[in-house]
Design a protein around this ligand. Structure first.
Ligand code: PLP
Length: 425
């Protein structure tokens, strides 16, 4: 393993101080290099983002906000956070940005704290239909401290039932409505959600954790101008370090900031803020628009190739980076398929499908996505090969010889598409 000098120096230090962790990091680097990673919430950050995330900014406490801190010594950290804020606002066209949430879930909790007192009603998409835990699902604290009304997709179309959303909103009168999710393969209709929220007097929160990079790159319609508040992770399609952000209209800025700090968090993770700033700068480049477009083209190609091989895709295809497959017709469960695929070097996750008769721990589906493979420069031709491998594995999930052969072919393909941030020797 050899990288540039700084990385080399750091890795040497790690190797000396803690060979066990060093070995595990190297092995993980190899795994990320050699496998086709199709988990739609994962990606590869650039070397620059990695570097920023591993800086001495991790040594600094800075509770508060730029210009209003509770500790001294903020001359440089203030500038880092201001850059991140300005870049976020300009990239998405938002009035206000808070870049401090530790991740997507805390960002959502901050939205609750800012806008919806406990005991009030929140409306979100049901987890088994593609929503997120934090949108009021019962095992999450958001489903315990708040009353929750959950919408879903239509059985026939696999798409969000907007008539159902309107009906439920009129009935439940939520204070907050979440749109967005973790397993939604289709475009979110932000104007339609905004109209419903307006009608019932609710605040609309668009959770764009999965699609932030597509929105930044112009490959998915933007929620800005429709949603009151937008929450996101920074590490999925946006290709930054693990973190979260809240963007909002000016009228909610003070409440949002107060909810993040001191409401929920202490000191922000400044090394992460630096990484986010770098990722936001990268996402504003013309090349990122091309990247976002290619993610969608790749997903569409992969979806078409799978449909041609008899796979049953929820909603029949995809508009974005994500594909949800119901494997019932293939006679294999999601978990068995995902485990067999991993042995063959293709990493995805098992996932419930809407109206799944099976339990979440061994559901009927698998979820695939193209952000990570697109970051390595793979295009439609590679998607065709990946679809053929998925088909070969799923149609014989116990055939370990076949999996070993495909894993070799996968390694060979991956060798031709080195991912950002990793250079194996
Ligand atoms: C990933 C995700 C989150 C949570 O992000 P974490 O960083 O894992 O806490 C929230 N909402 C949606 C829609 C997500 O996809």
């Amino acid at each position: 393993m050899r990288c540039d000098n700084l990385e080399n120096m750091k890795l040497n230090a790690l190797q000396t101080a803690d060979p066990e962790i060093h070995e595990l990091c190297l092995a993980e680097e190899r795994r990320q290099f050699e496998k086709i990673r199709l988990i739609p919430s994962e990606n590869y950050v650039s070397t620059a983002v990695l570097e920023a995330s591993g800086t001495v900014l991790t040594n600094k406490y800075s509770e508060g906000y730029p210009g209003k801190r509770y500790y001294e010594g903020q001359q440089l950290v203030d500038q880092v956070e201001r850059l991140a804020i300005e870049r976020a606002k300009s990239l998405f066209g938002a009035d206000h940005a808070n870049v401090q949430p530790y991740s997507g879930s805390p960002a959502n909790l901050a939205a609750y704290l800012a806008l919806c007192p406990p005991g009030e009603t929140v409306m979100g998409m049901a987890l088994p239909h593609g929503g997120h835990l934090t949108h009021g699902w019962n095992v999450s604290i958001t489903g315990k401290l708040w009353k929750s009304a959950q919408y879903g997709v239509r059985k026939e179309t696999g798409r969000i039932d907007m008539d159902g959303v309107r009906r439920l909103a009129r009935e439940a009168k939520p204070r907050l409505i979440f749109c967005g999710g973790t397993a939604i393969p289709r475009t979110i209709d932000f104007p339609a959600f905004a109209e419903i929220a307006k009608e019932v007097g609710a605040v609309l929160v668009a959770d764009i954790a999965h699609i932030a990079g597509l929105i930044a790159g112009g490959a998915h319609p933007s929620p800005f101008g429709h949603a009151d508040v937008v929450t996101t992770t920074t590490h999925k399609t946006l290709r930054g370090p693990r973190g979260g952000m809240i963007l909002c209209r000016a009228e909610h800025a003070a409440a949002v900031d107060k909810a993040v700090f001191p409401g929920l968090q202490g000191g922000p993770h400044n090394h992460t803020t630096a990484g986010i700033a770098v990722a936001l700068k990268e996402a504003a480049q013309p090349a990122f628009r091309e990247y976002a477009r290619q993610i969608v083209l790749n997903a569409r190609e992969l979806a078409q190739e799978l449909v041609a091989r008899g796979f049953d895709l929820i909603s029949g295809g995809t508009d974005n980076h994500l594909i949800l497959i119901d494997l019932a017709s293939k006679g294999v469960t999601g978990k068995r398929a995902a485990q067999a695929l991993d042995r063959a070097g293709v990493v995805c996750n098992y996932n419930t499908v809407p109206f799944d008769p099976r339990k979440p721990f061994d559901p009927s589906g698998v979820r695939l996505g193209t952000p990570a493979v697109t970051s390595r420069g793979m295009k439609e031709g590679e998607m065709q090969r990946i679809a053929a491998w998925i088909d070969a594995v799923v149609s014989a999930p116990e055939d370990q010889a076949r999996q070993a052969r495909i894993a070799r072919e996968v390694r060979e393909l991956c060798g031709a598409f080195p991912p950002p941030g990793i250079r194996l020797q």
